[in-house]
Design a protein around this ligand. Structure first.
Ligand SMILES: CC[C@@H](C(=O)O)C(=O)SCCNC(=O)CCNC(=O)[C@H](O)C(C)(C)COP(=O)(O)OP(=O)(O)OC[C@H]1O[C@@H](n2cnc3c(N)ncnc32)[C@H](O)[C@@H]1OP(=O)(O)O
Ligand SMILES: [Co+2]
Length: 134
């Protein structure tokens, strides 16, 4: 059921500062910022050979990462994202096992234009876990 690690997401208080650090200090290739109001974040992707780092900044009122940053004002590791070939089947297996799928439980289009769901960290041993259908 699980494929590649699609990305590891880091919530940051100021995206521009984080982009400068990764691009200028580490020479990384960083995508242009994408404002995603439906997700309440602005994101960039740091391209690595074997996966991506997603840098997240809150966007708008009620951003789902606002509380996280309030608790972790310097930022921190926010979630991991695994690739799956059938997101509905994966979701249904997790729900059948009692895991909470966040939001209304239906896949939403994520930053890569593909369907994603999030599993509550409390049901994934403390790590907020995103699945992306590829
Ligand atoms: C860019 C688009 C997309 C992509 O394509 O990649 C994205 O990645 S969008 C990323 C932003 N969107 C989301 O994170 C959506 C899912 N997240 C949520 O719904 C919420 O963040 C949450 C997980 C329900 C937490 O919301 P919060 O307001 O913090 O609620 P609580 O305070 O009640 O937290 C409950 C519980 O969970 C702990 N927590 C919160 N965030 C995390 C986290 N990132 N990792 C681990 N644990 C987390 C929080 O500390 C609480 O713990 P307890 O106090 O022990 O209950
Ligand atoms: Co993500």
């Amino acid at each position: 059921m699980l494929g590649r690690l699609n990305h590891v997401a880091l919530a940051v208080p100021a995206l521009a500062d984080a982009v400068a650090r990764y691009r200028d200090m580490l020479g990384a290739t960083v995508s242009a910022p994408q404002a995603l109001p439906e997700h309440g974040v602005t994101v960039v992707f740091v391209e690595l050979d074997n996966t991506k780092i997603e840098l997240l900044e809150p966007l708008g009122e009620g951003s789902p990462i606002a509380a996280f940053l309030a608790k972790n004002p310097k930022g921190g590791m926010h979630h991991v994202c695994y690739e799956v070939t059938d997101i509905v089947a994966a979701r249904d297996r997790l729900v059948a096992a009692g895991a909470r799928v966040l939001g209304d439980g239906e896949p939403k289009i994520g930053a890569h234009g593909r369907p994603v769901v999030f599993i509550h960290p409390g049901d994934m041993f403390g790590t907020l876990t995103e699945l992306e259908e590829v």
